[in-house]
Design a protein around this ligand. Structure first.
Ligand SMILES: C[S@@+](CC[C@H](N)C(=O)[O-])C[C@H]1O[C@@H](n2cnc3c(N)ncnc32)[C@H](O)[C@@H]1O
Length: 190
């Protein structure tokens, strides 16, 4: 991420937006989890809320410095931070009962790798596990913030097919003015 982007992700403005706008919508009606996973946690704007609703939360963050900063802040809590690439998750199949992904899919370099990430999330979820996420639309401001950054906006209309190909069922995708949310369930083997 560029410096402006780091600054925004650490800001009170972003934390408030995640807590008051993104999470209430994305998590609507979802029960508490046991062993849960968040990918692309950044500075943890969503992690505290997610951690409070689960017995345990593992946060996966690609950037070393950001992961270290979040690990320091969450020491002694139910939150565990792992520096790793969500495209190749260092967990066994079926480890988690829920996975979350907020405002990060557009940071994956290309659609093929995004699909690889969706399949990885499916792999580490137990059968019937839930995958919940949200991301923003590629408006002018959003594009400006990503100047010089990896930026692969997701077209939410493609998500049902892509999530299905990754191994999910019961897929729902909703859009509103600035962002979209999705929810899907890990397919159970017959
Ligand atoms: C825009 S930030 C959002 C952070 C957080 N989810 C939030 O809502 O505040 C996206 C984060 O995803 C991380 N990220 C990008 N690619 C990743 C990958 N392949 N695996 C894990 N994290 C990744 C970035 O380093 C960055 O911290």
């Amino acid at each position: 991420m560029n410096r402006l982007h780091h600054w925004i992700c650490r800001s009170g403005y972003w934390r408030q937006r995640v807590e008051e706008e993104v999470l209430p919508w994305a998590l609507e009606g979802l029960g508490p989890g046991e062993n849960t996973l968040e990918i692309g946690s950044g500075y943890g704007a969503a992690s505290e809320v997610l951690g409070a609703h689960a017995s345990g939360l593992t946060c996966v963050e690609l950037d070393w410095g950001t992961a270290r900063s979040l690990a320091r802040r969450t020491t002694g809590t139910k939150v565990r931070v792992v520096q790793a690439d969500a495209i190749c998750l260092p967990f066994a199949d079926g480890t988690f009962d829920a996975a979350f992904c907020f405002t990060m899919l557009h940071h994956i370099p290309n659609p093929l790798q995004q699909d690889r990430l969706l399949a990885e999330v499916a792999r580490v979820l137990c059968p019937g596990g839930t995958f919940v996420g949200a991301d923003s639309f590629a408006g002018l401001l959003f594009r400006m913030i990503h100047a010089g950054d990896t930026f692969t906006p997701v077209d939410p209309r493609t998500l049902p097919q892509r999530l299905g190909a990754a191994g999910f069922v019961e897929i729902s995708v909703d859009q509103r003015a600035r962002d979209f949310r999705f929810r899907a369930c890990r397919n159970s083997p017959r």
